[in-house]
Design a protein around this ligand. Structure first.
Ligand code: ADP
Ligand code: MG
Length: 337
C-alpha cells in the first residue's frame, strides 16, 4: 500500500513547480495577502512557502495532511459553488510522501504558533511552539528523496534551469491574477522576482511585463451572458507592436475563475485579429502578450479533468470564443487616430 501511495503521490507532485503550485494555492485559499516562496538548490533541497493567511486551527491540524482531508468542501454539491483552488485534499499528503514536510501555523486567536513535523504518511510526529505570526509556513526538504531517478533527473543542470523557469511561471501567473497579494520568489537567497500589492489586474500585469500597460495594452470587458463574463488585456490598436515584441519571455495568461489554464484556441483567436490589424509587423511567435480572465458561475465549469487543473472545461466554450472574437474584431477594426 505504501508503494501505491508513493506512485499516486508522485503523479500529483510531479516536479518542483507542481509542489510550489500546490503550496501557493493553499496560501491563496487561506486568504493570504503576502506569499513568500524560497527555494534552495532549485527546490530539491528545500522549498518554503510562507503566507499570512488564516492559519490552521487546532482541530484541523491533526488531520490536515492525511489522505483526502480537505477543509474546503464537505459534499459533492459544494463543487458547484467552489471558490477555492483546492478541494481534493491530496497535496499535503502527497508532499509528505515525496519529501520531508514541516508546517508552522497560527490563527489570529492562537497565542503561539506551532511547528508540526509530519511523517511520510502525513501523521504528526513532532510539535513545538514557535513565536507568533498569523499564517502558515510550509517547508518541504529533500524532495523526491525516495524517487532517486526523478531526483537525479530534476537535478541535472539543464532540467533544473528549466524547472526554475517553470516555478517562475507558476508563481507569476498566480501572482498576476491576485492584484492585492504581495509576492516574492527567491532562489538560494537571491531575489528572482517580486510583486507589490496593487489595485487592479492591469497594474498587476504591468509589474509582470515591466512596462506601462496603460500605454500599450487595452482592458476590454465582455459580458457573454448571465453566467459568463471576460476581462481581456490585449495590445492596443495603436500600440507600438514592435515594443511588445521585445518582451521575452512571452506572457500570455488565461484564467478561468482565477485558475491559470491553457487554451490554445483562445490565443489563436487573438493572433488572427492581431494579424489582420498589424499584418507583417505581427508574428505569433513573438507577440503573445495578453491576459484573459474568464469568470463563470462555478457550476458551468469542470476543473476535474486533470490533477494539475490546467485544463478546465467551460460550458459553451465555443460561444465564449466566438463572442471574444467578435469583440476583438470590433475593437481592432476602428481606425487609429
Ligand atoms: P486542499 O487544498 O485540496 O484542501 P491540501 O492537501 O492542499 O488539500 O490541504 C489540506 C488542508 O490543509 C486544507 O484543506 C486546509 O484546511 C489546510 N491547509 C493547507 N495549507 C494551508 C495554508 N497555507 N493555510 C491554511 N490552511 C492550509
Ligand atoms: Mg491544496
Amino acid at each position: 500500500a505504501a508503494t501505491v501511495k508513493l506512485i499516486t503521490s508522485s503523479q500529483i507532485i510531479t516536479s518542483t513547480s507542481s509542489a510550489v503550485k500546490e503550496l501557493f494555492e493553499n496560501a491563496l485559499d487561506a486568504g493570504a495577502t503576502s506569499v513568500e516562496v524560497k527555494l534552495i538548490n532549485f527546490g530539491l533541497d528545500r522549498i518554503e512557502v510562507k503566507d499570512n493567511g488564516s492559519g490552521i486551527s487546532k482541530e484541523n491540524t491533526t488531520c490536515m495532511a492525511l489522505p483526502h482531508y480537505t477543509s474546503k468542501i464537505s459534499n459533492f454539491t459544494d463543487l458547484e459553488t467552489l471558490q477555492t483552488y483546492g478541494f481534493r485534499g491530496e497535496a499535503l499528503n502527497a508532499l509528505c510522501r515525496v519529501g520531508q514536510v514541516t508546517l508552522t501555523t497560527a490563527t489570529a486567536s492562537d497565542p503561539m504558533a506551532t511547528v508540526y513535523t509530519l511523517d511520510s504518511s502525513g501523521n504528526i510526529c513532532g510539535t513545538k511552539p514557535s513565536h507568533h505570526v498569523q499564517g502558515t509556513t510550509v517547508t518541504v526538504s529533500n524532495l523526491f528523496k525516495n524517487l532517486p531517478v526523478r531526483r537525479q533527473l530534476m537535478g541535472s543542470s539543464r532540467k533544473s534551469q528549466e524547472e526554475l523557469k517553470q516555478v517562475e511561471s507558476v508563481v507569476k501567473s498566480l501572482a498576476v491574477i491576485k492584484p492585492n497579494v504581495r509576492v516574492t520568489l527567491s532562489h538560494n537567497k537571491c531575489l528572482i522576482w517580486q510583486k507589490t500589492q496593487c489595485s487592479n489586474l492591469s497594474n498587476s500585469f504591468a509589474q509582470l511585463v515591466g512596462y506601462s500597460t496603460s500605454q500599450q495594452m487595452e482592458m476590454l470587458s465582455l459580458k457573454v451572458n448571465e453566467e459568463i463574463s471576460v476581462e481581456m488585456l490585449v495590445p492596443k490598436r495603436n500600440c507600438d507592436i514592435s515594443m511588445l515584441a521585445k518582451s521575452t519571455p512571452v506572457f500570455s495568461f488565461i484564467f478561468v475563475n482565477e485558475r491559470p489554464v491553457l487554451n490554445k484556441k483562445l490565443i489563436k483567436v487573438l493572433h488572427q485579429q492581431l494579424t489582420v490589424k498589424f499584418k507583417d509587423n505581427f508574428s505569433p511567435r513573438k507577440f503573445a502578450v495578453c491576459m484573459f480572465s474568464i469568470s463563470v458561475i462555478p457550476s458551468s465549469v469542470d476543473v476535474n479533468l486533470e490533477p494539475n487543473k490546467t485544463k478546465v472545461l467551460i460550458k459553451d466554450e465555443d460561444v465564449v470564443l466566438s463572442e471574444i472574437e467578435k469583440q476583438l474584431q470590433i475593437y481592432y477594426s476602428v481606425p487609429c487616430p
